[in-house]
Design a protein around this ligand. Structure first.
Ligand SMILES: Nc1ncnc2c1ncn2[C@@H]1O[C@H](COP(=O)(O)OP(=O)(O)OP(=O)(O)O)[C@@H](O)[C@H]1O
Length: 277
């Protein structure tokens, strides 16, 4: 990966990405209509994800958050518009982008270390080298002691840590995360949020993180993209200027709660309309 300290970020590597940061991922005029649907799921969507930034995406159910991630990964192709990562025109998944799903998708018959090593083996790495790298990542995600266990022996929070380690194994430049903590209890979710920030601060991969939780978006992100539905488009992008590193105590501050309120205000009418359908 290529960590890219923000030229505009006065706080250095731990500070937010600034407007002068190069763009890691660009969606320009992107539209997509699923087969059998009359209306596009996203239409004329424009979004720049800056190198090294943590960008959260929120929006009501059905506003196209997962679709946006799948487009960015190259799992879906738009009908119109361009999706690029630097000079690369994204038309298929690539090892420069890692995807973390809501459910863990681990291979139940493989030990944890071998699950993390799996994408490296797929990419052609020798088994021993893949396992060495996998062990490093398990250290990073606090799971070294569980390396020889099987997925069924781990808690949900531990499995999501493995999921993250596995996505990091291929050393992607961009990490695409689709509600990775949604299935976890509130306390585990908060622990994983702080751990994710620690890992992110280490080498500042670009992160595009979809969540339903407004406080999660504010806690993690440099900016929050608010999507509106029918069709999915960017309603607003809210900068989160909270200082880093962030500890959970920040969630009790007036500034934090003011930002959560602002996000709620931006999606409230769409969320209420969705409940009436
Ligand atoms: N493969 C598909 N074929 C047809 N329609 C689809 C497909 N995938 C998603 N959709 C529809 O596209 C719309 C947006 O879906 P998407 O999953 O991107 O929304 P979302 O904002 O992530 O929703 P949620 O918050 O509920 O996860 C929904 O109406 C969904 O039913």
């Amino acid at each position: 990966m290529s960590p890219s300290p923000s030229p505009a970020g006065p706080a250095g590597p731990a500070g937010p990405a600034g407007p002068a940061d190069p763009v890691a991922l660009r969606l320009a005029g992107v539209s997509l209509t699923f087969p059998g649907r009359d209306e596009p799921v996203v239409d004329g969507l424009d979004l720049d994800v800056r190198t090294g930034e943590f960008l959260a995406v929120i929006g009501p159910s059905g506003s196209g958050k997962t679709t946006l991630l799948r487009l960015a990964h190259g799992l879906l192709r738009p009908d119109r518009g361009l999706i690029t990562a630097g000079a690369e025109h994204i038309v298929k998944p690539s090892t420069s982008r890692g995807f973390v799903f809501q459910s863990d998708c681990l291979l139940p018959w493989r030990r944890i270390v071998d699950n993390v090593a799996f994408p490296l083996e797929l990419a052609g790495a020798a088994r021993a080298a893949a396992r060495t790298k996998a062990m490093e990542l398990l250290e990073l995600t606090g799971l070294a002691a569980s390396a020889n266990q099987y997925p069924a022996q781990l808690s949900g929070g531990m499995r999501q840590r493995v999921n993250l380690a596995r996505a990091l194994a291929i050393d992607p430049e961009v990490l695409l995360m689709d509600e990775p903590f949604a299935a976890l209890d509130a306390q585990t979710r908060e622990v994983l949020q702080t751990e994710l920030l620690t890992i992110w601060a280490r080498d500042r991969k670009t992160v595009l993180f979809v969540t339903h939780q407004l406080d999660e978006a504010v806690f993690l992100a440099d900016r929050v993209v608010v999507l509106q539905p029918n069709p999915g488009r960017v309603r607003e992008i809210v900068p989160i200027a909270l200082p880093r590193p962030r500890a959970l105590e920040i969630k009790r501050t007036a500034e934090f709660n003011g930002l959560v309120d602002r996000l709620w205000h931006l999606i409230k009418s769409d969320v209420l309309a969705e409940q009436l359908i």
